[in-house]
Write a protein that binds this ligand. Structure first.
Ligand code: HSE
Length: 277
C-alpha cells in the first residue's frame, strides 16, 4: 500500500486561514515495520489510534518520496499529517470517513486551510466551528497555472504568525471580505481578469512581506509578466503567481529568478486529493 498526498497553497491573498488549493506536487507514504516515531506523519498516525481507542500497531509511516519542500508555504506539514492519518485509516480498512479524518487533521495542524485540500483536492473553503471543520469544495480548471517562486531559505509558520497584528480597521476588514468573495467566485467561474485586484490582502501580507527577501521586486516582476497576479503562498516564503497556460515568461523574469536563487515550479490544481496507489 502506497499513499500519495498533494501539496497545497493556502490563503490565496485575502482568504486568510480559510481558502486552500491542492497542487500536483506530491509526497508518497507507506507503512513500515518499525516503532520509530520521528515525524509529524508518525504523530498523526499515533493520534489516529488514540482517537479510535485501539492499540497502535508496531509500524511507522515511511516517507518514500518527498517532492514538497519543507517550511516554504506549500503545505508540507499538512501533507505529513494527512499522510499519517490516511496510512492508518487504510490499514484499519477505512474505519473513519474523510470528514472524521479532516477533524483529526485540524486538531493536529491547528487550522484547516492546508489539511482540507491535501485530503480532498481542489479548492476548499473551510472553517472551524465548535471544534468541527466545515467546508465547501470546488474543482478548479487546469487552465490556470500556479507558478511557485521558492526561495532557498525556510520560514516557520509560527514566526510568520507572530508578526501579525491583533486588530485591523473596519475598512480593511470589509476590503478583505469583498476581495475573498470575488476571488473565490471568479476562480469557480473561470473568470481570471481582475484577479490581481482581488488578491489584495490587509490581514497578513503587508506584515509578512518584510520576512521575505526581495518581496517587492518579485511582485513587480509578476506584474511585468502579465500574470493574473501574485500572493504569498500560505505563511511564505514562497510567492505564488497565478498565470494562464500561455503566460509567457520573459527572459528578464527568468534571469532575475536565477540571480535571486528562486526555484520556479509550474503546477496545476490537483482535483483528487489523497490517492491510494
Ligand atoms: N493560514 C496559515 C497561515 C497557513 O497563513 O498562517 C500556513 O500554515
Amino acid at each position: 500500500m502506497k499513499i500519495r498526498v498533494p501539496a497545497s497553497t493556502a490563503n490565496i491573498g485575502p482568504g486568510f486561514d480559510t481558502v486552500g488549493i491542492a497542487l500536483n506536487l506530491y509526497n508518497y507514504f507507506e507503512l513500515k515495520e518499525s516503532e520509530e516515531n520521528a515525524t509529524l506523519a508518525d504523530k498523526a498516525f499515533n493520534y489516529f489510534y488514540k482517537y479510535i481507542g485501539k492499540e497502535k500497531p508496531k509500524k511507522s509511516v515511511s516517507i518514500i518520496k518527498s517532492d514538497i519542500p519543507q517550511s516554504r508555504g506549500l503545505g508540507s506539514s499538512a501533507n505529513l499529517i494527512i499522510g499519517g492519518l490516511v496510512c492508518a485509516n487504510v490499514f484499519e480498512k477505512n474505519i473513519l470517513s474523510d470528514e472524521e479524518l479532516l477533524n483529526l487533521a485540524c486538531k493536529v495542524e491547528g487550522h484547516p486551510d492546508n489539511v482540507a485540500p491535501a485530503l480532498l483536492g481542489g479548492m476548499v473553503i473551510s472553517t472551524m466551528k465548535n471544534e468541527s471543520c466545515f467546508y465547501n469544495r470546488f474543482e478548479l480548471s487546469e487552465d490556470i497555472k500556479f507558478i511557485a517562486l521558492i526561495p532557498d531559505y525556510e520560514l516557520s509558520t509560527k514566526k510568520a504568525r507572530e508578526v501579525l497584528p491583533k486588530e485591523i480597521s473596519r475598512n480593511e476588514a470589509v476590503e478583505n471580505i469583498s476581495n475573498t468573495a470575488m476571488l473565490i467566485s471568479s476562480l469557480i467561474q473561470n473568470k481570471y481578469e481582475g484577479l490581481e485586484m482581488f488578491l489584495k490582502d490587509n490581514i497578513h501580507q503587508p506584515y509578512r512581506k518584510k520576512l521575505i527577501k526581495d518581496y517587492d521586486l518579485i511582485m513587480s516582476l509578476i506584474e511585468e509578466n502579465n500574470f493574473y497576479g501574485g500572493y504569498i503562498s500560505g505563511a511564505g516564503p514562497t510567492i505564488m503567481a497565478i498565470a494562464s497556460n500561455e503566460s509567457p515568461m520573459t527572459d528578464n523574469f527568468l534571469v532575475v529568478l536565477n540571480r535571486m536563487n528562486l526555484k520556479k515550479l509550474k503546477m496545476n490544481v490537483d482535483n483528487e486529493g489523497y490517492k491510494i496507489l
